[in-house]
Design a protein around this ligand. Structure first.
Ligand SMILES: Nc1nc2c(c(=O)[nH]1)N[C@H]1C(S)=C(S)[C@@H](COP(=O)(O)OP(=O)(O)OC[C@H]3O[C@@H](n4cnc5c(=O)[nH]c(N)nc54)[C@H](O)[C@@H]3O)O[C@H]1N2
Ligand SMILES: Nc1nc2c(c(=O)[nH]1)N[C@H]1C(S)=C(S)[C@@H](COP(=O)(O)OP(=O)(O)OC[C@H]3O[C@@H](n4cnc5c(=O)[nH]c(N)nc54)[C@H](O)[C@@H]3O)O[C@H]1N2
Ligand code: SF4
Ligand SMILES: [Mo]
Length: 737
């Protein structure tokens, strides 16, 4: 309302104050909402949903408005800085690149390429210029085995399952949300996250429409989430046991002959093996493990199979757990054997204007896995990257320098405190980032890039997982402030410093911009669109609903990849009833996303953090009572790796035995330059998650179902003392600008 009033008052200011509107897609989460950004004389005066965007139809969430706060943020770095002792001082780009280049070359000469590590985080995915460089060209130039990213705390299992079942890691099934009759969600909370590997702006309205047309929405989650609140049914599941639930579900499908294989467009291999596996897990056997009654599992399977169309969908809740790869696989198995895959109303496949599958094929890149292993724990590589759970020890063992971009692993990786300590000891750390935060405070150089409103945007990744086929190009709203570089320009300069082709790379890169590259990719794609054509449609173009096309993508479905059967053998060995966290007094910690948070980096926007504190521990009354705990009380939460202090909220929205804490908080550390976020610091969930807890079959970190103890806090220490990490450097003076 506040915003609306301001927009109206601007209009009333009359023709002198000319309000212009710029249309573009929001790139903060995966929903791709269209924004109408009103601006006057270089100032943003309002951000609304773009009603003419055929995909998002005017929907936005509170984070979109905070794009203005990021753009204007006085804490945002606008010049390269170098750390000198405890301070950051401004340096010129030339000085920065030349010193960084010299030091990188010396380290590589003396200690080999692997001594320079590279890590990239979530926002790279949302910035096409950055991703072209950070995901392909820079790794090619660095030729290091010490690469890391957020994939191994995120969607790695999803991509691996696609690789093994359909032959390519970017053949990703997407729920046909607008047409399905039955939507079964495990471990995802789209009402807060706005969807993941399912680009669907305006999820609240779409889920409502699903139920209004008689469809059913069912949620399986250890917390009664915002999505569970709008569902037909919600069932609590004990964290980390989805694999058992899904096997029990499949058992019913097989024994009651509820399969519809005749509907599938391509042949299926491995049905016999999957059947044999499922038959070992009758619902009665898995029920006590999962906390879901056998009768409920049977009924859920029958209803799913009987529905005219159905999608089983799982995200973070199933991805980052001990058997996350298996659970992700079994979800697809259920969609396949019930004949829903690639069918209207089932999980379908996009035909995006930039055809990632074709590109992956042409470049011979269906994905890689286990082509080498980490040196300390022998964990498998994925896509040329090692699991982030092994980053601290691998850096310690093998790296002298780290280039890190759009990544805040001190808050987002398991046992972030350990990483915090390791980063402080690097010989050279170069961060390409907007802020001095928990991670970048350790950098020797921070090279700041433009924010999203200062560069053009095409979403290479997210159109490829849309619930409709769409395409959208938007130019920059503002010119970058003098001297600020785009992410890709920074990477280009870094490549020029480390590559023997150096100057030549720079010359080519300056002419072949990301825009040129996307234009070529669009022209090569199925729609033959061009950037110029898309510029004519600033609200984006709708290319229609998804259509069955699996036949064009793969010749057969590998239902029982050997790697999965091997991983499944490990499950049967884990004894019933003796699972993690079952010991007395322990609770199982799970995560939580809030509509007003965006992982770790948007808490410096006052409008997103004001109001009631969001970094709280949810606990069920049955667990709070015996511990003598009440809402608002500060408690100490302890895991194998660390402990934090946080206020609790007693609520029956979490399952008994389970506690929930959001991630991405913990900004009250010395040297962090986020004035608003530090005043609403919270604590980091990843001070509790355990880098030794991984899904052994693929290296993904376990972030849900962490065994913790919760105790009342006898006499709280002052905040500063509690949060100062013993192992990291401190920054006495704030860095200079
Ligand atoms: N507002 C907001 N939106 C975001 C983000 C954000 O930080 N804030 N982040 C973006 C990113 S990077 C991503 S990857 C997506 C993630 O998108 P989602 O996966 O939809 O988001 P989460 O809220 O993590 O949902 C995970 C759910 O799994 C449940 N869960 C935990 N453990 C288990 C378990 O063992 N079994 C089952 N069945 N459920 C479990 C949790 O209670 C939670 O409801 O969201 C994106 N959108
Ligand atoms: N316990 C727990 N941990 C989790 C999760 C969870 O559910 N539970 N979720 C995991 C998931 S799904 C993800 S994706 C990760 C996310 O974790 P990360 O990959 O670490 O990403 P962010 O926390 O979003 O940090 C983003 C960084 O990028 C910077 N940045 C923002 N925009 C730009 C830009 O345009 N260019 C550049 N160069 N920098 C930019 C920000 O300042 C910040 O430093 O967290 C993971 N960690
Ligand atoms: S839902 Fe996501 S894409 Fe839409 S406005 Fe919010 S942050 Fe942006
Ligand atoms: Mo993510």
């Amino acid at each position: 309302r506040e915003l609306h009033a301001r927009v109206v008052s601007n209009r009333l200011r009359g023709p002198g104050a000319l309000t212009q509107v710029h249309y573009r897609a929001c790139n903060l989460c995966e929903a791709l909402c269209g924004l109408a950004i009103e601006h006057e004389h270089g100032k943003i005066v309002g951000i609304r949903g773009d009603k003419e965007d055929p995909f998002s139809r005017g929907h936005i969430c509170p984070k979109a408005v905070a794009l203005k706060d990021v753009y204007e943020d006085p804490d945002r770095l606008r010049h390269p800085v170098r750390r000198e002792g405890d301070r950051f001082v401004e340096v010129s780009w030339d000085e920065a690149f030349s010193d960084i280049g010299q030091r990188l070359r010396a380290i590589r000469r003396e200690h080999g390429n692997d001594a320079v590590a590279f890590a990239q985080g979530n926002p790279v995915l949302h910035n096409y210029g950055a991703s072209i460089y950070a995901q392909t060209l820079l790794p090619w130039a660095l030729r290091t085995r010490n690469r890391f990213s957020s994939a191994s705390v995120d969607n790695l299992p999803r991509m691996l399952v696609s690789r093994w079942m359909y032959g390519n890691q970017v053949i990703l099934p997407v729920p046909d949300l607008d047409r399905t009759a039955h939507f079964l969600i495990l471990g995802a909370n789209p009402m807060a996250s706005n969807g993941s590997v399912m680009t669907a702006p305006d999820l609240p309205k779409r889920l409502k429409a699903l139920r209004e047309r008689g469809g059913r929405l069912i949620v399986i989650d250890p917390r009664r989430t915002e999505t569970a609140d709008v569902a037909d049914a919600h069932h609590f599941i004990r964290p980390g046991t989805d694999v058992f639930f899904l096997l029990g579900f499949l058992h019913t499908l097989f024994t009651e002959e509820l399969l519809h294989l005749d509907r599938l467009p391509v042949p299926v291999e491995g049905l016999k093996e999957v059947r044999a596996l499922a038959l070992e897990y009758p619902p009665a056997r898995v029920a006590p493990l999962t906390g879901i009654a056998a009768g409920t599992i049977v009924k859920l399977a029958r209803d799913f199979s009987a529905a005219p169309s159905a999608v089983c969908y799982g995200r973070m809740g199933v991805s980052v757990q001990e058997f996350g790869l298996l659970a992700t696989w079994l979800i697809d198995v259920i969609n396949v054997v019930t004949g829903n895959l690639d069918r209207v109303g089932g999980p379908m496949f996009t035909s995006p204007a930039v055809d990632l599958v074709a590109i992956a094929r042409r470049t011979g890149q269906p994905g890689s896995f286990d082509s080498f292993r980490s040196t300390v724990r022998g964990l498998p590589e994925f896509n040329g990257e090692l699991p982030i759970a092994t980053m601290a020890e691998e850096l310690e063992a093998n790296a002298r320098a780290l280039i890190i971009t759009a990544h805040n692993p001190v808050l987002s990786a398991p046992n972030g405190r350990r990483l915090d300590g390791v980063l402080a000891k690097l010989e050279l750390m170069v961060a390409v980032d907007l802020y001095v935060n928990e991670t970048t405070r350790h950098a020797h150089y921070i090279l700041p890039s433009t924010t999203t409103l200062e560069h053009d945007h095409y979403d290479l990744a997210l159109h490829a997982v849309g619930i409709r086929n769409t395409a959208r190009w938007n130019g920059a709203l503002f010119d970058p402030p003098a001297g600020l570089l785009h992410d890709w320009e920074i990477f280009l300069r870094l490549i020029a410093e480390v590559s023997p082709l150096g100057k030549a790379a720079l010359a080519v890169g300056k002419r072949v911009t990301p825009r040129t590259i996307v234009d070529l990719l669009l022209r090569a794609g199925p729609t033959k669109l061009t950037v110029a054509k898309l510029e004519q449609s600033p609200h984006g173009v709708d290319l229609g609903p998804l259509e069955p096309r699996l036949k064009k993508l793969c010749r057969r479905i590998e239902l029982a990849p050997a790697q999965m059967l091997k991983a499944a053998a490990r499950v049967s060995l884990s004894p019933a009833g003796e699972r993690v966290g079952e010991r007395a007094n322990q609770l199982l910690l799970i995560g939580r996303r809030d509509l007003r948070s965006n992982n770790s980096w948007m808490h410096n926007s006052h409008r997103l953090v004001k109001g009631r504190p969001r970094c709280t521990l949810y606990m069920h009354p049955e667990d709070a009572a015996p511990r003598g705990l009440e809402s608002g009380q500060v408690v100490r939460v302890t895991s194998r790796v660390g402990s934090i202090e946080v206020p609790i909220e007693v609520t029956d929205s979490v399952m008994p035995g389970v506690v929930s804490l959001p991630h991405g908080w913990g900004h009250g550390r010395p040297g962090v330059r986020l004035s608003v976020a530090s005043a609403h610091a919270g604590v980091s969930m990843n001070d509790l998650t355990d880098e030794n807890a991984i899904d052994l079959s693929c290296g993904t970190a376990v972030l849900n179902g962490i065994a913790v103890e919760v105790r009342p806090l006898p006499d709280p220490l002052p905040l500063r003392e509690r949060e100062a990490p013993a192992s990291s450097t401190s920054f006495a003076a704030p860095p200079a600008r």
